[in-house]
Design a protein around this ligand. Structure first.
Ligand code: IVH
Length: 698
């Protein structure tokens, strides 16, 4: 029988493999520099890990290819110019990463620990402290006699950067902890270095990016980069504006303090010093305990307020940790067990426009499906035109997609590379892809919007709900569940269709009895008799709230006059500025919107028009300023306010000499006292209702 030739005793690497190893080394060095030194990676961590593992596996097969400066042998990172170097008395090590994201990763770690401790098979389970692996930046906090004297980054593990100024501003989140104390609580040791991670909470990150987007400024790729960038920001004033948090996970140099016998008790002691320690940690027994923790935290990952990229297992006993020791700068007693990455690379196949319920146009990336953050993602938001341009993404590019928590997936950037062919830059459509109305952008704003508010199918549900609202046409019973059914079931296509509905159609719907169907038809009928102000407000014109609608109605007195008013005439209305005037003009310029209004009038919607004379004088509360306080027996605060305003009155938030009267209910507090002190008249709900009793519905 023919056998394969025996393998050579020494593996001679083929030239192509040597070349690949050199290429990988160069790539890894470049990407490590982008990540650790500039806080601006070009590829996702998962891609870096893949390159790293490829090099590791080549080096394992061909040890001759492992150069002394191979990235696989070093803690990467260096001191950025501008920060003073800090030599760590106890080196800041990293931990081995178990990239097998299945429970197998935890089982393998426990087996390794037991083998290295030479435990017999029947020895009891090893106790581990299981923690979260926070995705931020490692920091060493040095406290002397309880005072924070220095904070340093990890740097290359031996030497880090002095970032004390910036770290002093880590305030955490009120009520959620995470603040770095400037002074330790209790009986502080002569010297204690506390190590942990500075990170940014997801909501803080989203809010910060949203602010940046609104200002049309650069956004951050992910919370980790935002946090790392803030810590290494040369201007502490800027760093102070970035919302950072901190969790401790270990110790550095210590003097004059007896460390507890376990890692878990050490963390308890650190917490007692007033330094934040994450509550999501547990002492667990053996492989089973690790697997359970990994699964439990994996299930909660999306709901956590911050990003984690895995969990960390540490042998709990310090004595056992010492027996296990280190290999090439990684402790044998700890491992990081990863979860599926929250960022991946994929191809951008197309950019489509989505029209939201409020008419906002969002460019959406159509992606080559990719598994990221635990699910397959094929659509991701690009936010707005300006974000898209700043990121420089074009169709055909390889892009980085991020999906973390329940935040919608987004394209955070493109992977640098040469495009094979010219691809034109993306443009916003001039017409709404749903209804063909004009697309507009408010001056100075970043969002594009469809101007076909009443007509556009994408905005239909929102428009109907707003139209039917209590302060608008007040159609009782026409809530979101019903609107969903009506629109999705094809019973109404445009807003005026709601007046076509009959009892039979409504009663056939889910959770609709004959009686409720009849009530709705009655409410629809009743709503037809309204006021110009309510009708105007009901149209949902951007920038036109209740107060503006009332001002417009009072000023013009008739709808046609408002529809035909030019900007100058609109500007004559009190409180109407150029942005509001423009918005009103644009709305009525759309033929579709005019069509909808004509149809509504044809259905019998009517109000009194008064030829433009201000009706204010005839209203009983006109010119009166009223303050509401306490809980009224039957009216909600909103209802009372609406009634007063409909009667021409104004509702103010605080009592002054100008207040006409105060309506007080139960548990009225300081406003009532103030009214009494100023001699302002105080009445109850009954008296208010009596004042309004003979009024026609305004
Ligand atoms: S322990 C000797 N615990 O992950 C052990 N590290 O390489 C030192 N990290 O850069 C690290 N969460 O910044 C430890 N609960 C945790 C951690 C954690 C995040 C980071 C750490 C380090 C990297 C590990």
């Amino acid at each position: 029988m023919q056998t394969d030739p025996a393998p050579a005793a020494v593996n001679i690497p083929p030239a192509s493999t040597a070349e690949r190893a050199a290429q990988l080394r160069a790539q890894l060095r470049h990407h490590a520099e982008r990540y650790y030194v500039h806080d601006a990676p070009e590829i996702p961590d998962a891609e870096y890990d893949r390159l790293f593992q490829e090099l590791q596996s080549i080096e394992a097969d061909f040890p001759a290819l492992r150069t002394a400066d191979s990235p696989t042998l070093r803690v990467i990172g260096r001191v950025l110019e501008g920060f003073a170097p800090v030599r760590h008395a106890v080196p800041m090590l990293s931990i081995r990463t178990e990239t097998d994201t299945t429970p197998g990763g935890a089982v393998a770690f426990d087996a390794r620990v037991r083998r290295e401790l030479e435990l017999p098979d029947d020895a009891p389970a090893v106790a581990y402290e299981a923690e979260l692996k926070f995705d931020g930046l490692a920091i060493n906090l040095r406290y002397e006699r309880g005072l924070l004297v220095q904070a340093a980054t990890r740097g290359d593990g031996e030497t880090g950067e002095d970032v004390t100024q910036n770290i002093r501003t880590v305030r955490g989140r009120h009520g959620a902890g995470g603040a770095i104390p400037l002074r330790l609580k209790g009986n502080a040791p002569a010297l204690i270095e506390i190590r942990g991670e500075v990170f940014m909470r997801r909501d803080d990150f989203e809010r910060m990016n949203e602010r940046q987007r609104e200002k049309g400024e650069k956004t951050f790729v992910n919370p980790r980069n935002a946090a790392a960038g803030a810590v290494r920001q040369l201007d502490p004033a800027i760093a102070a504006q970035r919302p950072l948090s901190f969790f401790a996970y270990g110790l550095g140099e210590v003097d004059g303090w007896q460390q507890p016998a376990t890692h878990s008790a050490t963390l308890d002691a650190i917490a007692a010093f007033g330094v934040p320690v994450c509550a999501d940690r547990a002492v667990v027994q053996g492989a089973q305990g690790l697997v359970a923790f990994h699964a439990q935290m994996g299930a909660r990952r999306d709901a956590l307020p911050f990003d984690i990229d895995g969990v960390v297992y540490k042998v709990d006993s310090i004595a056992l940790q010492q027996r296990l020791g280190f290999v090439t700068r990684e402790p044998r007693w700890a491992v990081a067990h990863k979860y599926p990455a929250q960022e991946q690379m994929t191809r951008l196949n197309a950019i489509e426009i989505q029209v939201g319920r409020t008419g906002k146009l969002t460019p959406v990336a159509k992606l080559e499906p990719v598994f990221v953050g635990g699910t397959t993602v094929s659509n991701a938001t690009l936010h707005n035109l300006f974000e898209l341009r700043r990121k420089g993404v074009r169709v055909g590019d390889t892009v980085i997609v991020r999906r973390a928590g329940d935040v919608i997936p987004e394209v955070v950037g493109r992977v640098p590379g040469v495009r094979a062919a010219y691809v034109p830059n993306f443009r916003m459509p001039r017409e709404c892809p749903v209804c063909a109305s004009r697309v507009l952008r408010e001056k100075g704003g970043v969002d594009h919007r469809c101007s076909g508010g009443l007509y556009c199918a994408a905005q239909r549900k929102q428009a109907i709900l707003h139209f039917a609202g209590r302060r608008a046409m007040d159609i009782e019973g026409l809530g979101d569940k019903l609107v969903d059914q009506l629109v999705d079931g094809g019973l109404i296509h445009t807003l005026p269709d709601i007046y076509k509905l009959d009892v039979g159609q409504l009663a056939a719907l889910d959770r609709m009895a004959d009686k409720s169907a009849r009530n709705i038809v009655e409410a629809l009928e009743k709503s037809k008799r309204t006021t110009l102000a309510r009708f105007l407000y009901a149209l949902g014109i951007r920038q036109v709230g209740e107060a503006t609608a009332r001002d417009l109605a009072r000023h013009f007195g008739a709808l046609d006059r408002i529809m035909d008013a030019d900007t100058e005439q609109l500007l004559e209305v009190p409180d109407v500025g150029p942005v509001v005037a423009q918005s009103i003009r644009t709305f009525f310029e759309q033929p579709h919107n005019r069509e909808v209004i004509a149809q509504l009038r044809a259905w019998g919607i009517r109000w009194d028009e008064d030829g433009g004379k201000a009706p204010a004088a005839q209203q009983p509360l006109s010119g009166r300023t009223i303050v509401l306080t306490g809980t009224l027996p039957t009216l909600t605060r909103d209802a009372a306010k609406a009634m007063i305003e409909d009667a021409g009155g104004k509702v103010a938030g605080s009592v002054s000499k100008k207040t006409s009267f105060v309506v007080a209910g139960d548990e009225a507090g300081s406003k009532l006292e103030k009214a009494r002190a100023l001699g302002v008249r105080v009445i109850g709900e009954a008296e208010l209702l009596a004042m309004l009793a003979d009024l026609p519905r305004a």
